[in-house]
Design a protein around this ligand. Structure first.
Ligand SMILES: NC(=O)c1ccc[n+]([C@@H]2O[C@H](COP(=O)([O-])OP(=O)(O)OC[C@H]3O[C@@H](n4cnc5c(N)ncnc54)[C@H](OP(=O)(O)O)[C@@H]3O)[C@@H](O)[C@H]2O)c1
Length: 305
């Protein structure tokens, strides 16, 4: 048996319970991971609240992002050994002492980063990486990133800079210095200015991590033939056609992507940021903090204290 956070119905943070549950068994093509740290993604509480219409089998162990140690290997898996430190993505829940994941969703954790830092990669760096790849960002491009200090935004800024783009980014007043420190050339405090003012038609790519009115006002920023990706809802394809903008879709990272991201982190070319660490038993507090929607970097649950 193992400890895991579970919920038996949709609801507020109070539905999250620490329970004893059976340890998962790796199936063919999967590895078993002893989790050291789990990322707390906004999608975790959105699913818990019932805001995302996906079929659920209760009880649910939340979480997809993890870092930990290989504890078992399923049939047909090659390239991993028990005891290796890894990070990755699981669809079997990660707010737990163990999870299973397809071997292709797992990669070796850079030795220079902690487990907590490793847990920030999936759903943060991976989302940003796939966005930059899809947009085909290259040297000289002008990129606009909303929520540039958030779990996705901070990686998007650094990947865009690494590609040689010029980056404009938005953040609240307490994160302006931070986004400048990670490479944003033109930081904009979204509480003090209308971000689009004076920047109409200037950008090759806009990454929207906020949605709503922010997405609506973002069309103005784009050059004709520019690209937009919103990670907060369905891709607005028809609107893109009207605006003469390529609307991109969010995609999942491959193992090759995970390895490339790990290398950039290991070399210190890209840095991550842990916003706060909560012990597993305080998952309710971690969700409440994430729902606040502000701050810098990723909230993480520490499973091995
Ligand atoms: N589809 C996908 O693959 C995918 C993957 C990951 C995330 N997402 C979604 O993308 C969104 C962002 O995820 P995340 O992990 O980056 O969230 P996060 O870590 O909570 O970061 C959001 C950031 O946005 C800033 N912010 C809040 N309101 C803003 C505004 N009006 N304008 C500009 N910045 C603002 C926040 O801090 P300050 O206001 O303090 O500066 C914070 O730094 C979530 O809705 C999440 O569910 C989707």
């Amino acid at each position: 048996m193992m400890q895991a956070i579970r919920y038996h119905q949709h609801g507020g943070p109070g539905v999250l319970q620490l329970e004893q549950v059976p340890e998962p068994v790796p199936q063919e093509g999967e590895v078993l991971v002893r989790i050291a740290a789990a990322g707390v993604l906004p999608v975790d509480w959105k699913i818990r609240k019932g805001l995302i219409p996906i079929p659920q089998i209760y009880p649910v162990i939340p979480g997809t992002a993890f870092a930990g140690v290989i504890a078992g290997i399923g049939l047909g898996v090659t390239g991993f050994e028990i005891g290796q430190e890894v990070f990755g993505r699981s669809t079997n829940g990660t707010y737990a002492e163990y999870t299973t994941a397809p071997a292709g969703s797992v990669a070796l954790k850079p030795s220079s980063i902690s487990f907590e830092e490793g847990a920030t990669i999936c759903g943060g760096a991976t989302t940003a990486w796939c966005a930059m790849k899809q947009a085909g960002i290259k040297a000289g491009d002008r990129v606009f990133i909303h929520g540039a200090g958030g779990g996705v935004g901070l990686f998007a800024v650094q990947f865009a800079k690494w590609k040689g783009a010029t980056v404009t980014g938005t953040a609240g007043p307490s994160n302006i210095d931070f986004i400048r420190s990670i490479g944003v050339d033109n930081p904009i405090d979204y509480t003090a200015a209308r971000f689009e003012e004076g920047l109409e038609g200037q950008f090759d790519f806009v990454l929207d991590t906020i949605g709503g009115a922010t997405l609506e006002r973002s069309w103005l920023l784009l050059k004709r033939g520019g690209a937009l990706l919103t990670i907060t809802g369905q891709p607005p394809i028809e609107r893109g056609e009207k605006e003469g903008v390529r609307v991109l879709r969010s995609t999942l990272a491959s193992q090759e992507d995970l390895i490339e991201i790990a290398e950039l982190l290991d070399k210190g070319i890209v840095q991550t940021r842990v916003q706060a660490i909560f012990p597993l038993r305080e998952a309710r507090q971690a969700h409440t903090r994430s729902e606040d929607g502000h701050g810098r970097g990723r909230i993480v649950l520490q499973v091995i204290e």
